[in-house]
Design a protein around this ligand. Structure first.
Ligand code: URA
Length: 310
């Protein structure tokens, strides 16, 4: 993995507008308190510490969020053990030529994929969702690509990523990123594309295996090549693994800008916690907010670079 170690020493003093972004994520600002664990680079520089409102005021900014849930991170190591194959499935080799496919061909190839055992239990493949394509290439034109792990039950049923509780939090996170016209937040249908590492649901929402990640990877790589996003947000360890090649914990990787491991296209990668993890670990929303700030700053710098180059 190559990692650009860019300077992230930006000012964390928040103005009114930024405070309202935090509010949209359900985070309230407090005066500094010592951090319990070793803080990553950006969090250590924050003059104010953001603390989730749920902890302090019993407020639930997201419908259905259960604050009584224990804060347990799903930290099972990434498994390289082959997942047993049901005897009755006929697998077919993953189609060749993915790296030349256009968007519609890629999408239909994914929907017919039978390259691993997940095809037997899925109801739908989940290719992605985002801004509607504006030209005849049928490829959405977006600046932001958000990558999660794999479809869950609801996503499997609806064929769309992040439609459950984690998706609601993701939508709030996007809404807090006031990068649109007149300070509008991002939405999943404007300037954004959302996809997963795996296009099929692992049964019972188990972790993906390394083999499944590798099998699905060319589809994601081609999506990235076609979308050509300006910036990528990798949420959770499987997205980080697939995009950067690093198996390190999110807490160790966040707070700096990474590069894509794919050689054919480059874009900065910002890593952060998976929204499902944040639902179980509410105080870490403050760290996710710091990650979004880094993402927004990186994006603005790219924009500024683009306009000065014209
Ligand atoms: N979690 C993910 O990583 N992706 C989804 O689409 C839904 C939940």
């Amino acid at each position: 993995m190559t990692e650009a170690t860019q300077d992230t020493s930006f000012d964390y003093t928040l103005d009114e507008r930024q405070r309202s972004m935090l509010d949209a994520m359900g985070i309230k600002m407090w005066l500094p308190e010592p951090e319990a664990e070793a803080a990553p680079q950006v969090a250590a520089q924050a003059p104010l510490q953001a603390v989730s409102t749920e902890n302090s005021e019993q407020k639930q900014p997201i419908a259905g969020m259960n604050t009584a849930q224990p804060a347990i991170e799903k930290i099972a190591p990434i498994s390289s053990t082959a997942v047993p194959m049901p005897a009755s499935i006929a697998l077919a080799p993953r189609p060749s030529g993915i790296e030349q496919m256009d968007w519609p061909t890629l999408q239909s190839t994914v929907s017919g994929c039978q390259a691993c055992s997940l095809c037997a239990s899925r109801k739908n493949t989940v290719f992605g969702v985002g801004q509607a394509p504006a030209d005849n290439t049928q490829t959405p034109q977006v600046d932001w690509l958000i990558i999660g792990e794999a479809p869950g039950e609801n996503e499997d049923i609806q064929g769309e990523p992040f439609v459950g509780q984690a998706g609601k939090l993701l939508d709030n996170m996007l809404a807090a990123m006031k990068l649109g016209i007149n300070g509008a937040g991002l939405t999943r249908s404007q300037g954004v594309y959302i996809a997963n590492v795996l296009k099929c649901r692992p049964p019972a929402n188990r972790n993906p295996s390394l083999e499944e990640v590798a099998m699905c990877e060319p589809y994601l790589a081609r999506q990235i090549e076609l979308l050509r996003p300006k910036i990528i947000l990798a949420m959770g360890k499987f997205a980080i693994l697939s995009l950067t090649g690093s198996n390190d914990p999110v807490g160790k990787l966040r707070g700096r800008v990474h590069t894509l491991k794919h050689a054919s296209y480059q874009a900065p990668v910002i890593v952060t916690y998976h929204p499902a993890y944040l639902l179980r670990n509410l105080p870490d929303k403050a760290k996710a907010w710091a990650d979004l700030l880094l993402a927004m700053q990186t994006y603005r710098e790219l924009q500024a670079g683009d306009s000065s180059a014209v």
